[in-house]
Design a protein around this ligand. Sequence first.
Ligand code: HEC
Ligand code: HEC
Length: 224
Amino acid sequence: MVARFDLIRRAAGSMLAAALALAGFAAIGPAVHAAGEPLAQAVPCLPCHSRTNLAARPKVPNILGQDAKYLIHQISAFQRQFVAGKTRFLRLERRHPVMNREAPKLERDDIQVVAEYFAAQACVSARDIDGGPSESLPQPKLATRCFLCHGEGGRTHHAFVPSLAGQRMSYLRKQMQEFRDTKWEDFIDQGQARVHRMMTRQGLPLDDAQIDELAHYFASLPCR
Ligand code: HEC
Ligand code: HEC
């Protein structure tokens, strides 16, 4: 009962935080950590997400230099649990066996400071960790549509929208497939799933070949 109450309280807290952030009320404070020292609250994340460990972890996305509000949103989405009896979500939801285990290690009050810690770091280009072409691939026609939200060349200028330029190819491909293939009902089961009212619509018309082409293209771009 206590656990159930805690879940509801957390869900309500996250909705409020998102509403405040959307309304532009989020207080963005400086990351409190000494220069050169990793932020204590981010330490559980570093075995996978640090600059040095990324190369050995091919399935881990590069979150360095990513939009802070986007990161806050994703960490909260990974923390949120499915509440039995509710089969529809109005906002984004995201499931992944590793991150659904890792994200709850952060206290709600620490999410922002951890997101800012990663956002403040220089980004990494996939070509430098995974190899691949040293030149950017030619731009597929379809990519112009993506630039509307993800920014020219996949470098975002919008809060809550991630940059795609230089993100890892297999990660980009998997996310697009998940947006396309996840049904809202999938959140009843454990497993992997991702929905978002904008990206689900964007993913729907794409076939595997188009997804592949877009993923290779964005992964080939320098991250800045
Ligand atoms: C054991 C490895 C591991 C650890 C530890 C870990 N992560 Fe992750 N993280 C992953 C993987 C794998 C994914 C990709 C999930 C997917 O494919 O949907 C991911 C995805 C993410 C994303 C989404 C990125 C995007 O572009 O949407 C964020 C944000 C994130 N992690 C933050 C964190 C934070 C903060 C911590 C520490 C509390 C953490 N992770 C700890 C492996 C890890
Ligand atoms: C209408 C705006 C919009 C358009 C157009 C759009 N996206 Fe997105 N995209 C988003 C938003 C918002 C998110 C973040 C979703 C979330 O919060 O889970 C996103 C997330 C993504 C992600 C996940 C990135 C990550 O780090 O996890 C990928 C990959 C992606 N989009 C690819 C594309 C591609 C390729 C196109 C063009 C075919 C495209 N998007 C068009 C708004 C858009």
